[in-house]
Each structure stands twice: as structure tokens, then as C-alpha cells.
Design a protein. Structure first.
Length: 224
């Protein structure tokens, strides 16, 4: 439960044209639902689909099942691949579209949004939610998880994103691996768009950096 809570808090603060490989031509522009128009380089593939993840080992390697224990919303799931010469990097991404009130409920470790506050138009404050999420991340991560960077606002081309970094250490066949969990989110109106990227970060030019840049550079993002 602590793992689920920590990851969903890290998150805080298909779909037309995606039935096959997301992009196979250099700089292909594609509509990414609810997010905007993204440009995918020719060495990156983003494809709708599911895959097992060792991060969710106690949940049958199912990241979605792990996440929904804290936040019971079915995300869109994507397989990620980045090719560099003869090498490949593989990853996974979850996509959520939620309301401010649902986000506040997750920060309170609740699965039910406060419908009364929503009905009277009381809008949750993002700074307060972010502060609470970061305090919990700093104190409640399991022993094999580590908060590398708290969720922090980041302004790119006039749009504020919220991004952070969590690492988990995995031991596979007596070898130590570090998996990175990178949430990136932005707010438009009363809606929060969230992408959570999972990948093994071994190189400076890594899959997480590439996919985060693709999302940050999206065009025609929904207006506030």
C-alpha cells in the first residue's frame, strides 16, 4: 500500500491514430489525446499497449493494478522504445486525465473526491496539494524507493509543468538495477493531465529524458 501511495503522490504534482506504432517517420506529428500535438522522433516508438513491470512485483507485475489501489481510475497505457544504433531502451507510460478535486483526494490518500466542494466551486490549491504530496514522498517511500527530486513547477514555452523523480532499486539475478519513475503533469482549467514514465535510466541521453521532452514540447495544449 505504501508503494502505491508513494507512486500516486508522485503523479500529482487510444485512441485515434495509435493502433500501430505511434510514429515511424522523422518528426511525425501526432494528436496525443487530451494533451496536444506531439512530435515523435524517428528513433522513438510510443504504442498503446500493456506489459509486465517488475516494479509492481507484488501485484503480479501489473503497474495499473498497483496504482488503482490508491486511485481507482483506469489509465491509458503505452509501451515505449528508443533506438540508438543497435541498442534499444524500453519503458512504459501511464496516462491519466483527472479533476482538481480528484487530485486533492489522492493527496489526502482518499479515493473519493469531495463532491460538496466541487459543487460549490471551491477550487483546490495546486501549491498546497503539491506541498502535501512532497512531504509525504519525503517520509513514506518504502526502503527500496528513493525520492530523487520532489515534484517541482517547471515553465516551458509559457506552460507550467509539474515534474519529479523517484527511483527504485531492483535486484535481478544478483545484479542491481535502478528503475526511474518520472511523473509529469500540467493543469488546464479544473483538469490535470498526467503522464508517468517508467524506465531504466542508464545513459544521459535516455528514454525518460526523450519522452518528457516530447510531452513538454507539445503544441496546441488545452487552454486554461
Amino acid at each position: 500500500m505504501k508503494i502505491k501511495a508513494a507512486i500516486i503522490l508522485a503523479v500529482l504534482v487510444c485512441t485515434v491514430g495509435m493502433t500501430g506504432a505511434f510514429a515511424k517517420e522523422k518528426g511525425t506529428m501526432v494528436q496525443f489525446p487530451h494533451w496536444g500535438i506531439i512530435t515523435v522522433p524517428d528513433d522513438v516508438y510510443i504504442e498503446a499497449g500493456t506489459q509486465p513491470m517488475l516494479t509492481a512485483g507484488t501485484y503480479g507485475n501489473d503497474v495499473v493494478a498497483m496504482m488503482e489501489k490508491i486511485y481507482p481510475v483506469e489509465p491509458q497505457t503505452y509501451q515505449l522504445v528508443q533506438k540508438e544504433n543497435a541498442d534499444f531502451q524500453y519503458g512504459y507510460m501511464l496516462r491519466y486525465t483527472i479533476s482538481r478535486w480528484e487530485l486533492e483526494a489522492a493527496a489526502e490518500r482518499d479515493t473519493t473526491a469531495n463532491s460538496y466542494l466541487r459543487d460549490i466551486g471551491a477550487k483546490p490549491d495546486m501549491k498546497a496539494i503539491l506541498a502535501k504530496a512532497n512531504r509525504q514522498l519525503a517520509t513514506q517511500l518504502p526502503a527500496d524507493f528513493r525520492l530523487v527530486k520532489a515534484m517541482t513547477p517547471k515553465k516551458i514555452n509559457g506552460t507550467w509543468f509539474y515534474e519529479g523523480t523517484v527511483e527504485r532499486t531492483l535486484v535481478i539475478n544478483q545484479k542491481v538495477f535502478k528503475e526511474t519513475i518520472y511523473p509529469i503533469a500540467y493543469v488546464h482549467g479544473n483538469t490535470i493531465e498526467i503522464a508517468v514514465i517508467f524506465a531504466n535510466v542508464a545513459d544521459q541521453d535516455n528514454l525518460i529524458t526523450t519522452v518528457a521532452s516530447i510531452l513538454e514540447s507539445a503544441k496546441k495544449l488545452p487552454k486554461k
